[in-house]
Design a protein around this ligand. Structure first.
Ligand code: ADP
Ligand code: MG
Length: 236
């Protein structure tokens, strides 16, 4: 098992945001976590990334315990979070924004160059705009930039927090195609989405989270057929 989340409880002060969460991800999978606004999706990803500490429970990655490690060590272990608030540095070039994602590689220029080529291959528009200030990019291009930046650290597990949020449908399609491609190139993906129909198109399996609790789990096919999922998340 690549990632195992066991009996995870998380709190903001007195308020419990995650309750007894259990999740398993195998190497190579593309897993989606569906849930309404406020269900606890971002909290879960932040906790796996080490940005929040759980009150109870354990997180294991490649057989090592993660929940006691600082966030920067977790990145070195191979987990990268592409967060919901797509923070870029608007007055720095696209190229420099990408290089920031490669901090774990220090001065390994060859490695950084190879990663850049990989990102430019996935997102040719970023190559075209590499010398432009990142602030001049469209919303969709900025999303590509933050995903590209996450890939610069060569994650074994890439976690994406609502990559479709606020983007036009055409752009959403292309972002999801690229996530599928990233997964096909052997990066394991953990995707959090409110856009269930898109997420279930590329995911192999999924979980549903409601008020901090996992209430359903299954293959993408099973979830697509499930009446409750259809009503609550697919609008059909
Ligand atoms: N910084 C915070 N302080 C207090 N409560 C928070 C904070 N962030 C999120 N919450 C609460 O935790 C719950 C889960 O939030 P979140 O993980 O952001 O949900 P989602 O990503 O599924 O929309 C919500 O009830 C939310 O109001
Ligand atoms: Mg969220």
């Amino acid at each position: 098992m690549l990632l195992e989340v066991r009996h995870l409880d998380c709190y903001y002060g007195q308020s419990q945001a995650l309750k007894e969460i259990n999740i398993e991800v195998e190497e190579g999978e593309c897993i989606c976590i569906l849930g309404a606004n406020g269900a606890g999706k971002s909290t879960l990803l932040k906790t796996i990334a080490g940005l929040m500490k759980p009150r109870r429970g354990e997180i294991w990655f490649t057989g090592k315990r993660m929940d006691e490690l600082p966030a920067y060590t977790i990145v070195r272990e191979g987990i990268t979070l592409c967060p919901e608030d797509k923070k870029i540095f608007p007055q720095m070039s696209v190229y420099k924004n990408l290089c920031l994602g490669a901090w774990i590689h220090g001065r390994k220029e060859e490695r950084i160059k190879a990663n850049l080529e990989h990102v430019y291959e996935l997102f040719p528009i970023l190559k075209e705009r590499s010398d432009q200030d990142a602030g001049t990019l469209s919303g969709g291009e900025q999303q590509m930039l933050v995903i590209g930046r996450s890939l610069m650290s060569n994650p074994r597990l890439l976690m994406l927090d609502e990559p479709s949020l606020g983007l036009a449908p055409m752009v959403v399609n292309s972002i999801f195609e690229t996530i599928k491609e990233i997964n096909a190139r052997k990066t394991t993906v953990l995707l959090v989405e409110q856009n269930a129909s898109m997420a279930l198109k590329i995911a192999t399996r999924g979980y549903v989270i409601e008020s901090g609790r996992i209430t359903m789990a299954g293959t993408a096919e099973e979830l697509l057929k499930n009446e409750k999922v259809k009503k609550a998340y697919l609008g059909i």
